[in-house]
Design a protein around this ligand. Structure first.
Ligand code: SF4
Length: 377
């Protein structure tokens, strides 16, 4: 069995006390945000150095010391590094890409809100994150705090939810909502729990991966205090690679889970990070050991500047086929493509069906054997 271990520390931080290291404020204050700082910690390629400078005003770099420790400094193709350190691919616009691929702005009835499906809305609470993930699908908003909804606008968004009875589910998103204080998060849940027709709230955060120290007992307590028979709260997160499953992440998940809130994972399928079946199987096994359900594998959206991360759909389908068998159904998520122009998510499923009536139903099983269901359906 693979052991879940503590994240290694970069030697630069060897003298930092255990208390400081475990303090999310210290981690936040010591984020690596400049080329000079990063080049003293890792040997940067010319491509990376140029990209960091070029992206400073567009989608800047920020890496927590904790997440930096997960990077293998000897491996220029390290999957953790790919997610954290800018590269020149981000400056390209690839065929089909657009700034707002899911037409979130078009479906925005109030500032800070997207309403695409009848029963659910996406609420953007702020545009800050502990780390700026290089594959982010909301680069047009994130890392520009000035574009975030202001307090009055958030009130307007809540008011829209209040007067729209079809809304049953609110996805509290950002940026990362955990960039807000526990008190401000509590105020958001207080407002939502006060709306009769809202039944579910989902809070999306990557802090479990990039800054697990922020997921403190106070946050778990906020979730617990608003869980009720009327409002169910779920946490949605993005673990993308097995190395991100550390004892720090395990402890952070445990704080949420033991306080009564379930966690689901939405892995983004990324070239050079997790576009191999063995990596996804390893990740999903580790997620199950943290009691985190692998929920989605998300095909990368057509956001501008992430074409170098996009994986052919055929590869995603092949990975899905490889998961069934080695993993129990609990560890097999749904692979989905979010269609442009607000078309919504569609599942992409491996081809198991070989024939159907008027012939026999015949299926291909996980080992590739063709088996008939004659008389069974
Ligand atoms: S935490 Fe989420 S919103 Fe923030 S940069 Fe990463 S993917 Fe984008």
């Amino acid at each position: 069995m693979t052991r879940i271990e503590s994240a290694p520390r970069h030697p630069h931080y060897a003298s930092v006390s255990a208390d400081e290291w475990a303090d999310w404020r210290w981690q936040q204050q010591h984020r690596v945000t400049s080329r000079q700082a990063l080049s003293s910690l890792l040997t940067l390629s010319a491509d990376e150095a140029e990209a960091i400078d070029a992206l400073e005003d567009r989608f800047r770099m920020a890496i927590t010391p904790y997440y930096l420790g997960l990077i293998d400094p000897e491996d220029p193709h390290c999957p953790i590094r790919r997610q954290a350190v800018p590269s020149l691919g981000e400056l390209r616009v690839w065929p089909g890409e657009r700034p707002d691929p899911l037409a979130e702005e078009l479906h925005s009835p109030a500032p800070g809100l997207t309403h695409r499906y009848p029963d659910r809305v996406l609420l953007y609470t702020n545009h800050n994150c502990a780390m700026y993930c290089r594959f982010c699908t909301r680069k047009r908003k994130v890392s520009d705090p000035d574009s975030a909804p202001r307090k009055g606008e958030l009130d307007e968004a809540i008011e829209y939810i209040r007067r729209t009875p079809s809304v049953k589910d609110v996805i509290v998103s950002g940026g990362d909502p955990l960039s807000l204080s526990n008190e401000r998060l509590a105020a958001i849940f207080e407002a939502l729990s006060d709306i009769e027709h809202v039944e579910t709230a989902r809070i999306g955060t990557r802090n479990l991966v990039t800054l697990p120290q922020r997921v403190d007992a106070g946050f778990a307590e906020v979730l617990k205090s608003y869980q009720s028979r009327r409002l169910a709260i779920w946490v949605m997160t993005h673990f993308n690679h097995p190395r991100e499953v550390t004892t720090e992440a395990w402890d952070a998940c445990d704080r949420i889970l033991t306080a009564g809130t379930p966690i689901q994972n939405q892995m983004v399928l990324l070239a050079g990070v997790n576009d191999r079946s063995d990596v996804v199987i390893d990740l999903n096994r580790r997620l199950l050991r943290m009691r985190v359900k692998p929920y989605y594998i998300l095909h990368a959206d057509l956001e501008e500047g992430i074409g170098h991360f996009r994986v052919p759909i055929a590869t995603g389908k092949a990975i899905m086929a490889d998961l069934r068998g080695p993993l129990s159904g609990l560890g097999v998520p749904q692979y989905v493509v979010d269609l442009p122009e607000g078309g919504g998510k569609v599942p992409v499923i491996p081809d198991y069906e070989l024939s159907r009536p008027p012939e026999d139903w015949r299926f291909r099983n996980w080992q590739g054997r063709s088996i008939s269901l004659r008389g069974g359906g």
